[in-house]
Design a protein around this ligand. Structure first.
Ligand code: FAD
Length: 495
């Protein structure tokens, strides 16, 4: 029995939310539109509700012996048991413990939620890990002078003790990228400054999971010369006056039978355009107001989120390996050299991603605030590898399935007395019935071919920067001098 579970059973103080408490926390009058229709309660949209219930089940898992180690830890300040989502790892062991939570949420969602309950907090943790950079920075607006350093740390404590879930959005609406005017127009901007806080307007283009979460972290992706009114960073509740969430269409199938759609019947994390129409941000929720250098810290602060992204794709690669192995077993293709080679490619993908995570953690170093920071070059290289090969790996898995991935007939067909015996006679695999074979094919269909899978593939490709930007990061951040030094020595270069 692990420590936190034993303590919980013994009645120790905790600050954990139950699934029901999480669900009720979202019934807060948030302004949401789906397909042009104003929604009164987020749980009224079946696809959103199913996704919320899936997240709620993870809150309930905190209280179980099986999952309490992965999902909970001790708050060093209050001594209470808290959700691991908000843990600030101070040692390599704590970092590995925190990674168990990423693996847990990734497994529960089959990696289809890029922003599960523990992703948003990694942004707050990332800011707090670099809080020293916020120390002493003054707001550019005399009327409002928040203490950014204090705010960041208080926010993490608030999130931890209230089990807050958050969306995070940096990206501005897509427009003419060659026009500085167009880019400036799409930034979130301070419109009015008061002693108690600021009012902001503008939009964030893709706020994944915003409608299904408590708060949103916002900032702008700046550029040289970003005006002070657009150099902002903060967090507000999703139900703040003036926040309007316009959702994309739903892609999951909560109404479908779990046999026919083992994954997509579980709902989804949806993406919203988040409009800020004169939204008040209280002084204690502001982490930057007018400072260009602090705005540029978002790359550093998102390191823990990127570690999450890579770990999640690694878990997904485990699912791909599992699917591929089972397919060869039930189709009897495991003795064909070409098929074994395809499976080898998928295993290679998984092993490389795991290696990048292990190396990033092994090379982790504490920030000036004492939070362990994974090695950024291993994280970026791993992320680049993961998105570059993702389409090919998915294609390979689909190819291994052959016709079975398309020729799926559904539970009702297997139960229909007129055709049942034909299907049973014609479709069995190696050691499995036709219906059992289809069950696996249905899962792989949902995972790789469904509308939801299409969204997830696009998400993987760009959500945490597309490949060209990752290459640029490697160029900028990886110190190549020891390697040029080696070449100089080996080749006896005299320049
Ligand atoms: C499903 C989904 C969910 C998302 N969720 C979130 C979220 O929760 N939070 C969030 O902040 N963002 C989110 N994003 C947005 C994501 O961060 C952006 O899509 C990404 O940063 C690319 O920006 P863009 O789409 O505006 O592309 P654009 O800037 O319009 O560029 C289009 C393409 O041009 C190329 N390109 C443009 N500029 C450069 C450059 N400087 N260097 C190299 N290549 C370049 C890239 O290939 C890029 O994909 C999500 C996106 C998707 C599709």
């Amino acid at each position: 029995m692990d420590g936190t579970f034993a303590s919980l059973k013994g009645g120790a103080a905790h600050a954990l939310k139950t699934g029901d408490e999480f669900i009720s926390s979202l019934d807060d009058g948030r302004q949401l539109w789906v397909k042009g229709r104003k929604i009164d309660h987020v749980m009224d949209v079946p696809a959103l509700a199913a996704g919320i219930k899936l997240m709620a089940s993870m809150f309930d898992d905190q209280f179980t012996e099986e999952h309490s180690y992965a999902t909970t830890c001790l708050d060093p300040k209050t001594g209470k048991i808290v959700g691991r989502s908000w843990q600030e790892p101070k040692t390599v062991d704590e970092m590995i413990g925190r990674r168990k939570m990423i693996e847990f949420t990734s497994r529960r969602t089959a990696g289809t939620f890029g922003r599960p309950i523990d992703l948003g907090p990694t942004i707050a943790i990332g800011i707090a890990a670099n809080a020293h950079e916020f120390k002493g920075v003054k707001s550019s607006f005399d009327e409002c002078q928040p203490d950014f350093f204090e705010n960041v740390q208080e926010y993490v404590e608030y999130g931890r003790l209230n089990s807050i879930t958050c969306a995070e959005s940096l990206t501005g609406p897509q427009n003419d990228r060659s026009s500085p005017m167009a880019q400036a127009a799409s930034l979130l901007k301070v419109k009015k400054v008061t002693k108690e806080g600021v009012y902001i307007s503008g939009a964030k283009s893709v706020g994944s999971i915003a409608a299904q979460t408590n708060e949103i972290f916002f900032t702008n992706l700046g550029y040289p010369g970003t005006p002070p009114e657009a150099c902002i960073w903060g967090s507000v509740p999703i139900n703040s006056d003036g926040i309007k969430l316009v959702s994309r269409e739903m892609l999951s199938q909560p109404e479908e039978d779990p046999f026919d759609h083992p994954l997509t019947h579980k709902g989804e994390e949806a993406d919203q355009l988040v409009i800020f129409d004169n939204v008040f941000v209280p002084k204690n929720r502001i982490f930057n107001l007018g400072d260009q250098n602090v705005l540029a810290l978002s790359g550093k602060a998102t390191l823990w989120a990127h570690w999450h992204v890579l770990t999640r794709i690694k878990v997904k690669s485990e699912i791909f390996v599992g699917c591929a192995q089972l397919i060869t077993e039930i189709l009897g293709t495991d003795q064909i050299p070409a098929v074994r080679a395809m499976l080898g490619d998928i295993v290679e993908y998984n092993r490389v991603l795991e290696a990048c995570i292990v190396a990033a953690e092994a090379n982790a170093k504490p920030t000036a605030m004492g939070t362990m920071a994974p090695d950024v070059s291993m994280i970026t290289a791993g992320r680049l590898h993961s998105i570059r090969h993702y389409p090919q790996i998915v294609h390979t898995l689909q190819e291994m399935c052959g016709q079975g991935l398309v020729m799926r007939f559904g539970k009702d067909s297997f139960n229909n007395p007129d055709i049942k015996h034909h299907l049973e006679e014609l479709l069995p695999g190696k050691g499995v019935s036709g219906m059992q074979k289809e069950q696996l094919m249905n899962f792989i269909w949902d995972l790789t071919c469904s509308s939801l899978a299409g969204r997830v593939a696009l998400f993987e490709n760009v959500n945490a920067s597309p490949a060209p930007r990752l290459r640029e990061r490697l160029f900028n951040e990886f110190d190549r001098t020891p390697m040029t030094g080696l070449v100089r020595e080996l080749a006896a270069l005299d320049f």
